[in-house]
Write a protein that binds this ligand. Structure first.
Ligand SMILES: [Mn+2]
Length: 424
């Protein structure tokens, strides 16, 4: 399904008067509005191919119907989102769920939908039907060399698919670890993992990046071999300058100070990618900003400050992706909400008065520092984000067009009510 441009234009013209009033109010306090709007226009958040179907839990899965049946339909779904919000211009593929049988056809389809290929994701956290060895006791950490070799070769195969499509990054998330004390030797597991990653790193093209993603726990519950940012940074440092740490919001122990983590990783030039989601208890994969929007703002504020300190390009120097999916919402509506929150929070982070904040810090003026951050967080910037979208040809209110065009109903009609997209 495609949304006709005229429908978006009609929607925008219906809302134009109301939007203009809100925009005029919001823009009055913005020192350099054109620069801000350009940054918002440039900022794109990749959508992972596994977020397009209904997410499941270990207890069950409640499909919503009309889910994409293949890679082509996944690209079409993200194309729909991008047509509406103009901020979802990239897709992140997962191998083996999305093996491109015909790369040039897939590339052409992505280009038609104005989508780029973001980081490629490998999978050694599941066994595939045709694979020789099991990953039950880990992949790259495994005590069995043949199993490690199988995991290495899989990652190299993922890089090859990525080269064909024009991606330039590999994200390695390992579920390796242990469930019980004594199950493995921590240092041996680390060394095996490092050596395996080194072999993959050797196969990485010069203009590629490797993102080493960490996760505190789950599926292993006693130890995780890439368990936190310290361990990830160790691997990335030992691997070389194409290797970076990837921060996923949901992959921390409760109350971790993620804003401090991103700040220090940026200082070291070792933050490579960022996965958005939200959580109440653990790796809950909830909609971005649905639980802790102020924390998201504080993290974004550090991201912007840390990138600016290094002269980095916000839009292109880090890999930005949503990593969430769950079972009670239409996945596409959920993604529209997540992207909207990301854009709003990014806009707020851009509006923090850095000079005043530094002055407050240098004077130990704690109250003023808090006032600066909280008053920016409480500023309604939604009309600024909508204006950036309007200027790019998107919809003033993407969710409203999605509903009025009855997208889900149409997808169910096209694909059926029982289709199941690959994913977790
Ligand atoms: Mn992730």
């Amino acid at each position: 399904m495609k949304i006709e441009k005229s429908k978006i234009e009609q929607h925008n013209s219906d809302l134009q008067k109301e939007h203009q009033r809100k925009f005029d109010f919001a823009v009055a306090d913005v020192p350099d509005a054109d620069e801000l709007l350009q940054k918002l226009t440039d900022f794109q958040v990749a959508i992972p191919s596994w977020a397009l179907g209904t997410g499941g839990t270990r207890f069950g899965r409640f499909g919503g119907g009309g889910e994409p049946r293949n890679l082509e339909e996944k690209i079409e779904d993200i194309g729909l989102l991008h047509a509406l919000n103009k901020s979802s211009g990239a897709i992140s593929l997962h191998i083996p769920w999305d093996i491109p049988e015909n790369a040039s056809h897939i590339k052409a389809l992505a280009a038609e939908n104005d989508l780029k290929f973001d980081a490629m994701n490998s999978n050694t956290f599941q066994d595939q039907p045709d694979q020789q060895y099991t990953y039950k006791f880990g992949s790259m950490q495994n005590v069995n060399k043949a199993i490690r070799k199988q995991a290495i070769e899989h990652n190299i195969e993922v890089i090859k698919y990525g080269i064909e499509l024009g991606s330039n990054a590999l994200t390695v998330w390992l579920s390796d670890g242990s469930c019980f004390p004594g199950q493995l030797n921590f240092r041996t597991a680390f060394q095996n993992t490092l050596e395996s990653l080194q072999e993959v790193y050797t196969a990485l093209p010069d203009d590629w990046k490797m993102f080493v993603e960490y996760k505190a726990y789950e599926p292993n519950f006693y130890s995780t071999t890439v368990g936190d940012w310290g361990q990830s940074l160790l691997y990335a440092t030992k691997l070389g300058n194409k290797a970076y740490t990837l921060v996923d919001l949901g992959h921390h122990l409760p109350n971790a100070n993620i804003e401090q983590i991103v700040s220090l990783l940026l200082m070291e030039g070792k933050l490579g990618g960022f996965h958005f989601n939200d959580s109440k208890y653990g790796d809950d994969d909830l909609t971005v900003g649905s639980i802790k929007p102020y924390q998201l703002f504080l993290i974004f504020s550090e991201l912007v400050e840390g990138m600016d300190a290094k002269g980095m390009n916000h839009a292109t120097d880090l890999g930005w992706m949503i990593d969430a999916s769950h079972n009670v919402k239409d996945p596409l509506e959920d993604l529209l909400q997540s992207v909207e929150t990301i854009m709003v929070t990014y806009a707020q982070a851009l509006l923090v008065d850095r000079k005043k904040l530094v002055d407050a810090q240098n004077n130990n003026d704690v109250v003023t520092a808090q006032e600066i951050l909280q008053s920016t967080f409480r500023t309604d910037v939604r009309a600024l984000v909508a204006e950036a979208r309007l200027r790019s040809g998107g919809a003033l209110n993407p969710l409203s067009v999605y509903r009025s065009e009855r997208v889900r109903e149409n997808l169910i009609k096209e694909r059926g009510s029982k289709t199941v997209a690959t994913g977790l």
